[in-house]
Every structure is written in structure tokens, then in C-alpha cells.
Design a protein. Structure first.
Length: 280
């Protein structure tokens, strides 16, 4: 079974590498090339870094291991928040928390941690009946996020949009590059699917061979699938710190964090529940 542990490490590393060096970077380039709004770029980055969680949840659910999925989501969301706070402290951007919109986003992020902890603590069954609640909460969180950004971050986001336009003048509207980025994203998606399937087989072998609990496996997956977020948190702040626009880096990192955590809990977990309902 040592071979299975080695495969687990290799496949997890490949998912992280593909997400970081291919998926995330090209998603950002595609967004900028299409002159998308700054908040939209942050949303895309958050969605991109949730791809590993999506794959592992799909695989765990098809194997009937729903406990693995909820612990994966919980550990990923906690680790995302810790990584985000570490990036803020290291980049010395704590003053940005004075903005009300960012503080509200942080509260929403904390709720994406409290909710799964509550479900586990109260031993609430993760079944198809919880899906409508997850969908409503997803819509509510997005509504709050959008409205707070309009009220308290409109000026900063306008600056960010102008910054992106100035930096990407040569790229904006380049159809050839847009098609190239889209093709690379498609290829990366296929690679993630293949590697994710191999990882799922390895997880099942480990669970059966060593009698490893679904809780431990879910936590391990949460750690490995959270590395892409760590990279994007630091890169966004480093970029804008160099341009003396620290608040813009924090806005992007915070929106990345919130989008990733909200998708993990309400959408990706919902997909896992639906898959489990069909395979059992």
C-alpha cells in the first residue's frame, strides 16, 4: 500500500500544478483579454481555484463517501481562510479591513466555515433535502456581496478596472489570444478530469486497504486542494503592492476567497449530493 500513498501524493500534486500553472493563470489572462470587470476577474479566479475541490467531491460521491466530501469542503474553507489571513499579515495590508465591504465579505467567509461545522456537530444528514437551502444561501451570499461592493467599493473597483485597461491595451480584444486561452483551459479541464479520476481510485484503495476514515481522507484532500488559493492570494496582493494600490490587491484576494468558499459549500457540495443520490 506504500505505492498507493505515493500515487496519492503524485496525483494530488498534479492537480495543484495544473490548477496553478495552467488553469488559474490562463483564466486571468482570458478575463483581462475580454476586458471583464475587476470583480468578475476575481470571481473567475475563485471559481478556477475551486476546480480541485469539484473534482474530488465528484469522485468521493461516486464512491459513496459523502463524509469525505463534507470534511473536504470544511477543511478547504478553513485552510483558505488561514492562508488568506496569512497573506494579509505578511503583505502588511491589515488596514484594508477598515473597509466595510471587506469586513462583510469576511463575515460571509466565516459563515461558510460555521455552517458545515454545525451540520457535522448536530449530525445533520447530508441529503438531497438540504439542496434547496444551499441554493438559497448561495443566492443570498452573492446578493449581499454584490450590493456591498456597489455601496462601499465602487471607487476602488473603478480604479482597478482602469488599471487593467491600461495594462492590457495590447491584449484587449485580441481574438487569437482569446481562442488560445480558451483552448488551454479546455485542455487543462481534461487533464484535471483524468488525474482526478486516478486520484479517486487511489483514495478508494487507501480507504479499503488501511481502513482510513473518511474524515481523515477528506481533511487530506482539503489541504492538497487549497494550495491554488494560497498562490492567488499572494500574487494578487504582490501585484498591487508594487503599484502602491494595496486596497485593490486585498479586494481581489478577498473576493477570490469568498467566491471559492461559497462555491465549495453551496454548489460543489450540492453536486456531490446529487451524484450520491443517483449512485446509491
Amino acid at each position: 500500500m506504500i505505492y498507493e500513498f505515493i500515487k496519492f501524493i503524485v496525483y494530488s500534486g498534479l492537480i495543484v500544478a495544473i490548477s496553478k500553472y495552467i488553469l488559474v493563470s490562463n483564466l486571468r489572462k482570458l478575463a483581462e483579454n475580454l476586458s471583464l470587470k475587476a470583480k468578475t476577474v476575481g470571481d473567475i479566479a475563485g471559481a478556477a481555484t475551486s476546480v480541485p475541490e469539484l473534482l474530488t467531491i465528484i469522485i468521493s460521491s461516486t464512491k459513496g463517501m459523502i463524509s469525505t466530501s463534507i470534511y473536504n469542503i470544511l477543511s478547504s474553507n478553513i485552510i483558505n481562510f488561514i492562508q488568506y489571513m496569512a497573506s494579509i499579515i505578511i503583505n502588511k495590508n491589515r488596514r484594508a479591513f477598515g473597509n466595510l465591504a471587506i469586513r462583510i465579505d469576511i463575515i460571509l467567509v466565516l459563515l461558510t466555515i460555521v455552517i458545515p461545522i454545525t451540520l457535522i456537530w448536530l449530525n445533520i444528514e447530508i441529503s438531497i433535502y438540504i439542496i434547496p437551502i444551499f441554493i438559497l444561501l448561495y443566492l443570498l451570499f452573492n446578493l449581499i456581496n454584490n450590493n456591498t461592493h456597489k455601496l462601499y467599493l465602487k471607487k476602488e473597483e473603478n480604479k482597478l478596472e482602469k488599471q487593467i485597461e491600461n495594462e492590457e491595451k495590447t491584449e484587449s480584444g485580441n481574438t487569437r489570444k482569446t481562442l488560445l486561452y480558451a483552448l488551454i483551459l479546455l485542455i487543462s479541464g481534461v487533464l484535471l478530469f483524468v488525474v482526478g479520476d486516478l486520484l479517486g481510485q487511489t483514495i478508494e484503495n487507501l480507504a479499503n486497504g488501511f481502513n482510513i476514515s473518511q474524515t481523515i481522507i477528506g481533511i487530506l484532500l482539503g489541504i492538497t486542494t487549497s494550495i491554488p488559493e494560497l498562490i492567488t492570494f499572494f500574487e494578487s496582493q504582490k501585484h498591487y503592492n508594487n503599484q502602491k494600490n494595496e486596497i485593490l490587491g486585498v479586494v481581489e484576494a478577498t473576493n477570490n476567497l469568498l467566491t471559492s468558499n461559497v462555491l465549495n459549500l453551496f454548489i460543489i457540495e450540492t453536486i456531490g449530493i446529487i451524484i450520491l443520490a443517483f449512485v446509491t
